[in-house]
Structures are given as structure tokens and as C-alpha cells.
Design a protein around this ligand. Structure first.
Ligand code: C5P
Length: 221
């Protein structure tokens, strides 16, 4: 804090939650507020980084000093993140990206019909942006950070996810009533591909963000 240890670094942060449209008025969405991603953006600016924030459906005011790009869906978010990652030193995927999207988009509003059951909604998988960025680093030494919200076996699931995604750091949140979604506070464990484990006690999302930047800065050496 107060030390410009990210000066000269370009960091790309995704924040918010994607919305996957069914028809012109409906979408599949999630409860991500984007606050953790915005806290990462603010703290990275404070530590001297050039920040590109790719936001999805947050409705939050732009953080001062960051370049803000907007994406609605997972496919749009992927495009924006991959492009921005081309010259990034760090990519942090804090956004809640929908794992699935409706297989078809109805150009007219889907109507209910008297005496008829609704048609099932077929889903297809979205691209895994984090896994893609981690597998195909645009720059040697680029640091890739992911997030995971888990409800049980938090650490075991987090370790498995870190390996599966191939990222350097994975911030594991336990999803609960008062933390994570929409809250100003968070509590997490940051897992490192090197086996490191950093517990961040319940507190402001800025504190968790600063711990992430401490671990990133240590990796730059
Ligand atoms: O697999 P899961 O959704 O739990 O992984 C969460 C992490 O992966 C987050 O960092 C999220 O931004 C990222 N993710 C992604 N693309 C997806 C799904 C998740 O980049 N399609």
C-alpha cells in the first residue's frame, strides 16, 4: 500500500457477471456484483499499474484511472479479454462467466401458450476464458489469476481447479450468506501453483485485492 510496485505493468481485470440472452427480454445471469473486480482495479491503479477493466453488467461507476471496456455475454467478454491480454503482464479473471448459454436465441419474445408445457431450454458450453488465457500466454512470464466460488470442500476443489485451469494463482471464496455476492466484504484463500496458500481474513474487498497484488508483485521479483 502506497508503494508503486505495479508501476510499468499492464493489468487486465474482468469483473461482473455475463448475461446470456434467451430472447430480446430475457437472459440467464448470475449474482456477481463486480465489486471484487472493481476493488482490484482501484488498488492496482493505486499501486501504479496501467489498468484495463473489462466489465460485464455491473452498473458500477468507472474507477478513476482505469480504461473500461464493456462486455455483455461470455463470448463478448472472451473477445475483449483476449485482445487486452495481448500486451498484459497480468490477467485477473474476477468475472463470473456463465458456463453455459442458450443454444438458440429467439429473435422474438418467447410466448406462453394456453394448455402447453414450456419448451425446455437447450444449453451449450461457453468457452473457458481463464483456461484459454492460461494455456496460451500472450507474453512469457504473464501472470494469470482466477477466482473460484465454492460451497463445500473449498480447498480441495480449489486445488483441483487451479491445476485444471493452469493459472498461477486462484482466489477461492466460500460462498455464504453475508460474504461474496453483493457484499463489501470477502474472505478467501489464495492458492498458488507453487503450493502456496494465503488465507485472507474476513474484511473489505480492497484488502483481498491488495493481497492478490502482493502475491503478483512477488512473482515479478
Ligand atoms: O469453472 P469456474 O466457473 O468455477 O471457474 C471460475 C474462474 O474461471 C473464474 O476466474 C472465472 O472468471 C473463470 N471462467 C472463465 N470462463 C468460463 C468460466 C469461468 O474464464 N467460461
Amino acid at each position: 500500500p502506497g508503494v508503486p510496485d505495479l508501476a510499468g505493468r499492464h493489468v487486465v481485470i474482468s469483473a461482473g457477471g455475463t448475461r446470456e440472452p434467451l430472447d430480446p427480454v430475457r437472459y440467464l445471469g448470475n449474482r456477481s456484483s463486480g465489486k471484487q473486480g472493481y476493488a482490484l482495479a482501484r488498488t492496482a491503479v493505486a499501486r501504479g499499474a496501467r489498468v484495463t477493466l473489462v466489465e460485464a453488467n455491473t452498473g458500477l461507476p468507472d474507477p478513476a484511472g482505469a480504461d473500461v471496456l464493456r462486455a455483455g455475454t461470455a463470448v463478448q467478454l472472451r473477445e475483449a479479454v483476449l485482445k487486452a491480454a495481448e500486451d498484459a503482464d497480468v490477467v485477473v479473471m474476477a468475472a463470473a462467466v456463465a458456463d453455459f448459454r442458450p443454444a438458440a436465441y429467439a429473435t422474438g419474445k418467447i410466448k406462453k401458450k394456453d394448455g402447453q408445457e414450456p419448451a425446455p431450454v437447450a444449453l451449450v458450453r461457453n468457452p473457458d476464458i481463464l483456461a484459454e488465457v492460461a494455456a496460451d500466454r500472450a507474453r512469457p512470464g504473464q501472470i494469470v489469476v482466477g477466482f473460484a466460488a465454492e460451497t463445500d470442500d473449498v480447498l480441495a476443489n480449489g486445488r483441483a481447479k487451479l491445476r485444471r485451469k493452469g493459472c498461477d494463482l486462484l482466489v477461492v471464496n466460500e460462498v455464504g450468506e453475508r460474504k461474496t455476492f453483493g457484499s463489501e466484504e470477502n474472505e478467501a484463500v489464495v492458492l498458488g501453483a507453487d503450493g502456496g496458500e494465503t488465507a485472507v481474513p474476513y474484511g473489505p474487498k480492497e484488502a483481498l485485492a491488495d493481497t492478490v497484488w502482493d502475491l503478483v508483485a512477488a512473482r515479478f521479483g
